[in-house]
Write a protein that binds this ligand. Structure first.
Ligand SMILES: Nc1ncnc2c1ncn2[C@@H]1O[C@H](COP(=O)(O)OP(=O)(O)OP(=O)(O)O)[C@@H](O)[C@H]1O
Length: 693
C-alpha cells in the first residue's frame, strides 16, 4: 500500500460488503462544490451492522481515536462539534448541525455525517462518519480503525491530542457486549420541583415549614385538592433531610402511588407490621424480632405520612402502640416528630370498621397533633376562579342550582387540535380497562407488547413480587400501537415529567431515533411532511413489505427524502431483532400546540422497605392514558380530563375526579348528578371544628 504525503496509509479503495446499499437505495445527493483533501485513515472491514451496534448504544464505552487521522472541523454550534473526514471531490456531505441537549451529551455518539457519491464508482465509495460526543476528537467511519479503551475514563484534552496505540476495529466490535435495556435507558433525573427555588411558597405553606422545621411540632396540614400539599411535602423532606440526615426522616404514604409521588415508601412497608393483623403486643414483638425494622423505628426522628385520609383508624392506633413499644418511650408515636398531610374530603380508608373509620376520630390523634394548618390557596386551577368555586362546593357537598347547572354545561365534547385526547376517569377498574382496550383496538397498526422484567432484590419472599405488581404504576404487560395515548410515569426532563401525556408516533431503535433527532430541529419535527418521513423509516421496523416501503418513500417530498436519506438507508441494514422503543410526542400544555418528542426506554420501578429494595420492575414508564381509575388519579394533575360519574360509589370520589382538572375548558363531565356527590358527615364535622378552632 502506498503512503501519502504524511507517510500514512491512504483510504482503502475497495468496496466493503453491505456499505453502499444504505446510501444508494433512493433519492439523490447534491455534489459538494469545493474539492476535499485526501487524508489518511486506517482500514477496517467494519460493516453497517457493526457500526449500527455502536451507534444504537449497545456499547457505552468510550472510544478514542488513534491520533492517526487528520480531522477537518466542519461546524461547531453550541455544545456540539461535528468533525468529519474529508473525502475526494464529487462527494457530498450530510452532517447534522442541530444543537444537542445535556442529556444527549451522555450518549456515546454525537452526530452522523455521511459522504456519498452521485456516481456509483468503486473508488467513490460512500462513507459514514460518526462523531463521538464524549470525545470530540473521535471519528468512527466505515473506513476507519480506532483505538478503544474499555471502561477507561474519558481522556484529558491533553491525552486526546497525543497519539494512542492503534486498535483493530473488528476486535473492538466483537468485544461490544449487548447490554440490558435498563442500561440503555436515559437516566431520568429526579425533578427539582421540591427544590426551594421552584416555588415562591405561600404564607400558609411557609407557616407549615416553620412549624415543622423551626418548632419541631407534630403538624397536620390539609386543604383542598391542588393547594400544594404534595409540593410542600417534597420541600419538607428536602429540608428535614438536610437537618437530620437521610435515614432519620421516614417518608411514607398510605398508598403506593402517593408514596411514589413524594419519593417515599408505603406506610405498611415502613412499619414492618404488614396490614397490622393481631394486637399491639403481638405487633411490637414482630418488629423487635426483626433487627432491621427495629433499627428503622429507633433511628427515625421524623415520620411523614401523606394521604393520611386513607389510613384506617385502627391501623393508626396500632402504629402509635408499636412506636411506643419498640422505642420504649411513653409519648405519642414514641416521641417521633410526626408530619401528617392529606385531605379527608378526598378518598377515605378502605375499612371494615363502621363505627370509627378516620384516624382523626382516635384519641391518639388529639394527643399527637400539636398544630393544624389549613391551606386555602389553590394552585392547580389558578386562573379559573369559577372552577375553584365549583370544586369547593363539590368538596363540601353544598351544591347550588347554579353550580349544578355549571357542571352540567361541561357535558360537551372538548376538541383538541393536536389530537391528544383527554384522560378519561372512571370509578371502576374494569371500566378503565375496557375503555383503554377499546381505544387501542380502534387503532390500525401493529401492536407491540412490552413485558416487564420483575426481579426480587433484597428479598426472598415471592409475595413481594405480587406486592410490586399491585404497587407500581407500570403495568406487567404494556401493549402499544402507533397513535396510542400514553401517560408518562417518570420525570424525564424539564418538558416531560410524571403526568405528561402524549401520543405514540413511531417505534424505532434508539440509535436511529437519536440520529434523526440530531438532524432535525424541534421546529422541523412539528412538520407533517417530516413526520411522514420518519414514519416511513419506522415502517421498516414494522416489517412492511419492500414494495410498500418503496412506495411510501417515493411518495415523500423530495426535500424530506434528501433530509432523511441517510437514516432511511441506514435503517434498512439494521438487524431485524434490534429492539424498538416508542417515540412519544408529548403535549407541552393545552394552551400551546408545541410538543416534545422523546424515545421512551425501560426504567426501574421499585418496591422498597426501609433501607432496602425488595423487588424491582423494569418496564417502559408509560401507561395507556385514554382512561384511568379515579383511585389511581388521586394526587395527579391532569391537563385534559373527561370524568364519567355514572358509577361513583365512594365518599369524595366525585371530588377527587373533578379536581384533577386544571381548568373548565379542559374538563368534560358526563353523568353529573348531585346525588353522586357524596360527602362524609364525619369529615364535614371535623373540618367545621377545625374552622372554629
Ligand atoms: N407555592 C406554589 N406556587 C406555585 N405552584 C404551586 C405551589 N405549590 C404547589 N404548586 C403547584 O400546584 C399544583 C398542585 O400541587 P399539589 O399536587 O402539591 O397539590 P395537592 O394539594 O397535593 O393536591 P391533591 O390534594 O390533589 O393531591 C402542582 O402543579 C404544584 O406544582
Amino acid at each position: 500500500m502506498s503512503l501519502n504525503r504524511r507517510g500514512n496509509k491512504p483510504y482503502r479503495k475497495e468496496k466493503q460488503a453491505g456499505i453502499e446499499s444504505f446510501f444508494f437505495s433512493g433519492g439523490s445527493l447534491k455534489k459538494r462544490s469545493e474539492p476535499l483533501k485526501e487524508v489518511p485513515l486506517p482500514i477496517s472491514n467494519a460493516n453497517t451492522k457493526d457500526i449500527f451496534k455502536t451507534l444504537s448504544g449497545t456499547s457505552s464505552q468510550s472510544f478514542e481515536d488513534n491520533g492517526d487521522c487528520d480531522l477537518q472541523e466542519i461546524s461547531m454550534p453550541k455544545n456540539f462539534r461535528v468533525q468529519s473526514v474529508p473525502r475526494p471531490a464529487a462527494f457530498s456531505k450530510k452532517v447534522s448541525t442541530s444543537s444537542i441537549s445535556r442529556q444527549q451529551l451522555k450518549r456515546p455518539f454525537d452526530s452522523i455525517g455521511s459522504y456519498s457519491s452521485t456516481q456509483q464508482k468503486d473508488e467513490e465509495e460512500p462513507e459514514i462518519v460518526i462523531v463521538s460526543k464524549l470525545k470530540p476528537s473521535l471519528v468512527l467511519t466505515n473506513h476507519g480503525t480506532f483505538s478503544q479503551h474499555l471502561g477507561s475514563k474519558p481522556a484529558s484534552p491533553a491525552a486526546e491530542k497525543s497519539p494512542q496505540p492503534s486498535f483493530d476495529f473488528e476486535g473492538l466490535m466483537s468485544s461490544v457486549k449487548p447490554r440490558a435495556p435498563k442500561k440503555l435507558a436515559i437516566k431520568y433525573k429526579p425533578m427539582t420541583k421540591s427544590s426551594s427555588s421552584m416555588f415562591q411558597w405561600s404564607a400558609e405553606q411557609q407557616a407549615v415549614i416553620d412549624c415543622v422545621l423551626d418548632q419541631d411540632l407534630n403538624v397536620f396540614y390539609t386543604g383542598s385538592a391542588g393547594t400544594g400539599k404534595s409540593a410542600l411535602t417534597r420541600e419538607l423532606i428536602r429540608q428535614l433531610r438536610q437537618k437530620h440526615g437521610e435515614s432519620a426522616v421516614a417518608v411514607t404514604a398510605s398508598t403506593g402511588l402517593a408514596a411514589v409521588n413524594i419519593g417515599g415508601t408505603t406506610l405498611h412497608k415502613f412499619a414492618g407490621i404488614g396490614i397490622g393483623v393481631g394486637d399491639a403486643k403481638h405487633l411490637v414483638g414482630k418488629v423487635l424480632s426483626n433487627n432491621q425494622t427495629k433499627q428503622v423505628w429507633n433511628q427515625t426522628k421524623v415520620l411523614i405520612i401523606d394521604e393520611i385520609s386513607m389510613v384506617d383508624v385502627t391501623y393508626f392506633e396500632k402504629l402509635d402502640a408499636v412506636a411506643q413499644g419498640v422505642r420504649k418511650i411513653r409519648k405519642p408515636f414514641g416521641g417521633i416528630q410526626i408530619v401528617l398531610t392529606g385531605d379527608f374530603y378526598q378518598l377515605p380508608p378502605v375499612s371494615q370498621n363502621t363505627q370509627k373509620k378516620f384516624c382523626f376520630q382516635s384519641t391518639v390523634w388529639s394527643q399527637l397533633v400539636q398544630k393544624t394548618v389549613l391551606l386555602t390557596e389553590v394552585f392547580r386551577q389558578q386562573g379559573d376562579q369559577r372552577l375553584i368555586h365549583m370544586l369547593n362546593a363539590v368538596r363540601v357537598g353544598q351544591l347550588t342550582p347554579e353550580i349544578i347547572q355549571d357542571f352540567k354545561s361541561l357535558c360537551r365534547p372538548v376538541v383538541y387540535e393536536d389530537g391528544i385526547m383527554p384522560t378519561e376517569l372512571y370509578p371502576l377498574r374494569h371500566e378503565v380497562q375496557r375503555a383503554n382496550e377499546n381505544r387501542l383496538r380502534q387503532l390500525e397498526g401493529f401492536p407491540r407488547t412490552y413485558t416487564a422484567k420483575d426481579m426480587l432484590k433484597q428479598s426472598q419472599n415471592p409475595g413481594d413480587l405480587v406486592q410490586l405488581d399491585k404497587t407500581v404504576m407500570a403495568v406487567k404487560e404494556l401493549v402499544l400501537k402507533k397513535g396510542a395515548q400514553v401517560l408518562m410515569l417518570k420525570n424525564m426532563d424539564e418538558s416531560v415529567a410524571n403526568g405528561s401525556i402524549g401520543k405514540v408516533m413511531f417505534f424505532l431503535p434508539t440509535g436511529i431515533w437519536d440520529a434523526i433527532r440530531e438532524t432535525l430541529s424541534e421546529r422541523e419535527m412539528e412538520d407533517q411532511d417530516i413526520l411522514n418521513g420518519v414514519d416511513c423509516i419506522s415502517a421498516i421496523f414494522d416489517n412492511a413489505p419492500e414494495d410498500v416501503l418503496d412506495s411510501m418513500w417515493n411518495s415523500l417530498k423530495e426535500s424530506v427524502r434528501e433530509r432523511l436519506l441517510f437514516h432511511w438507508s441506514f435503517s434498512q441494514n439494521v438487524p431485524k431483532n434490534t429492539p424498538v422503543y416508542p417515540v412519544v410526542r408529548f403535549s407541552l400544555g393545552s394552551h400551546t400546540s408545541r410538543s416534545a418528542f422523546r424515545a421512551i426506554t425501560p426504567d426501574t420501578f421499585v418496591l422498597e422497605s426501609p433501607g432496602k429494595t425488595l423487588a424491582e420492575r423494569e418496564q417502559l414508564p408509560l401507561l395507556l392514558s385514554w382512561a384511568l381509575s379515579i383511585h389511581k388519579s388521586q394526587g395527579q394533575t391532569l391537563p385534559r380530563v373527561k370524568v364519567d360519574l355514572g358509577r361513583i360509589f365512594e365518599d369524595g370520589q366525585a371530588y377527587v375526579a373533578l379536581s384533577r382538572a386544571v381548568s373548565a375548558d379542559t374538563l368534560e363531565v358526563r353523568n353529573f348528578d348531585p346525588s353522586k356527590v357524596r360527602v362524609s358527615r364525619l369529615v364535614a364535622e371535623f373540618y367545621q371544628r377545625m374552622g372554629k378552632a
